[in-house]
Ligand binder design. Structure first.
Ligand code: SAH
Ligand code: SF4
Length: 344
C-alpha cells in the first residue's frame, strides 16, 4: 500500500523531496496546497512542474478518494458519496444552516461494527477502518464543494472511537495544519467507554456527543446489540471524565423511536439524567431506514421534548434535513452499494 499525499507533514514532504533531489521549497508548496487550499490532487497544484506532479501521483495515493455521486436536497444539504482507493464507499455531508454557517459531517469507518438495530451504517457490519488521511480527504472534498466549514462533526458512518488512533491523528491535522479550533469539532460515540477514556486523555477541547438513546439499560438493549454496549452509568461516568478533562459540556443524543424510547416517563428520566450530568440533550426523530422501527408521531415528539425541558434540561431537536431517502447516515451508501462479501 502506498502512503497518502494528504496528511503528510511538511517535514515528511521535505524528506521525500530530499530523497528525490527536489528543492525543499517544493515541499512547502505541496504543504500549502494540501493544508491552505485543501487540495490533494497534484494535477491541481498549478505551480509544480509536470514531472513532480507525475511523481507525486506515482508515489502516493493522490487523491486516494474521489467523489462518486452528489445528492442535493432543496434545503441545501448535500451528501457526497466517495469512492475510496480500494473501491469502498463512505459518505460525507455538507449541512448549511440558516445563519450561513456550514457544518461538515464526516465518516470514520466503512460500515460499523456496533450495528445499532435502527442504523443503516451498521446494517452490514464493519468492512474496514478509515485511515486518518481518508478522513482528511473527506474534509478536502467538502472544501472543494462548499469552502471551509465552520463546524465539523464526526457523525457519519462508523464509530470513530473504535478507530481511535486514526481519528486522533485526523483531529491532530485538522487542528494543526488545517488550523481548525477544537471547539468547532464534535465527535459522536455510541458510548464506547474505552474509547471515551482515551478521548478524555487527549485533554483537548473537542466536543463530545454521546448517543444514549435510553436512560435505562433494558431499553438501550432493544436498540443496540450487546457486543459494544456499555451500561448507561459507565457511559455517563466516562462522559463526565471527558468534561472534566476539557471543560466542555457534552451532548446526549437521543434517537426517538416509536414505542421503544418515546414514553413520557422516558422523557422525564432523560431530563433528570441530563440535569444531574449537566449535559445538553439533542433529540433526533428516527429516520426510517427499512428497519422494523418507526418514527414517533409529531405530537409524541413535541410532548417528549416538552417533558425533557420541563425537567430542567437544555434540549434541542435535530430538524429533519436532507430529503427522505438520504436523511440518515449510511443510507446513501447502503442504497447504492452492493454489499457482497463477508459480514463481520
Ligand atoms: N457511531 C456514532 C456516530 C455516527 S451515528 C454514534 O452512534 O454516535 C450519528 C448519530 O445518528 C447517532 O446518534 C445515531 O444514533 C444517529 N442515527 C443513526 N441512524 C439514524 C436514523 N436512521 N435516524 C435517526 N438517527 C440515526
Ligand atoms: Fe454505528 Fe453509530 Fe450507526 Fe450505531 S448509530 S451502527 S454506532 S454508526
Amino acid at each position: 500500500m502506498k502512503p497518502f499525499l494528504m496528511g503528510r507533514s511538511e517535514a515528511e514532504l521535505t524528506a521525500y523531496a530530499g530523497e528525490r533531489g527536489i528543492p525543499a521549497f517544493r515541499a512547502r508548496q505541496i504543504a500549502s496546497w494540501l493544508y491552505r487550499h485543501a487540495v490533494c490532487d497534484p494535477d491541481a497544484m498549478k505551480n509544480l512542474p509536470a514531472e513532480l506532479r507525475t511523481a507525486l501521483k506515482n508515489d502516493f495515493y493522490a487523491p486516494g478518494c474521489r467523489g462518486a455521486e452528489t445528492v442535493a436536497s432543496p434545503d441545501g444539504v448535500e451528501k457526497l458519496l466517495l469512492t475510496l482507493y480500494d473501491g469502498e464507499h463512505v459518505e460525507m455531508v455538507i449541512l448549511p444552516a440558516e445563519d450561513g454557517r456550514v457544518t461538515f459531517c464526516l465518516s470514520t469507518q466503512v460500515g460499523c461494527p456496533v450495528r445499532c438495530r435502527f442504523c443503516a451504517s451498521g446494517r452490514h457490519g464493519l468492512v474496514r477502518n478509515l485511515k486518518a488521511e481518508e478522513m482528511l480527504e473527506e474534509f478536502a472534498c467538502g472544501v472543494a464543494r462548499a469552502g471551509r466549514p465552520d463546524n465539523l462533526v464526526f457523525m457519519g458512518i462508523g464509530e470513530g472511537l473504535l478507530n481511535f488512533d486514526e481519528l486522533a491523528a485526523a483531529l491532530g491535522r485538522l487542528t494543526g495544519e488545517f488550523g481548525m479550533s477544537p471547539r468547532r469539532i464534535t465527535v459522536s460515540t455510541s458510548g464506547y467507554v474505552p474509547g471515551m477514556e482515551r478521548f478524555a486523555a487527549l485533554r483537548r477541547e473537542y466536543n463530545l456527543a454521546v448517543s444514549l438513546h435510553a436512560a435505562d439499560d433494558a431499553t438501550r438493549a432493544k436498540l443496540i446489540p450487546p457486543h459494544f454496549r456499555y451500561p448507561v452509568q459507565d457511559i455517563l461516568r466516562a462522559a463526565d471524565a471527558v468534561r472534566e478533562s476539557n471543560g466542555r459540556q457534552y451532548t446526549l443524543e437521543y434517537t426517538l423511536v416509536a414505542g421503544i424510547n418515546d414514553s413520557p416517563e422516558a422523557a422525564e428520566e432523560l431530563g433528570r439524567l441530563a440535569v444531574a450530568h449537566r449535559a445538553k440533550v439533542n433529540l433526533i426523530p428516527y429516520n426510517e431506514t427499512g428497519s422494523e422501527f418507526r418514527r414517533p408521531e409529531r405530537p409524541v415528539i413535541a410532548e417528549f421534548e416538552r417533558r425533557v425541558a420541563a425537567a430542567g434540561a437544555r434540549v434541542t431537536r435535530r430538524v429533519e434535513r436532507g430529503g427522505r431517502s438520504t436523511a440518515a447516515c449510511g443510507q446513501l451508501r447502503s442504497e447504492r452499494v452492493n454489499h457482497g462479501g463477508e459480514e463481520r
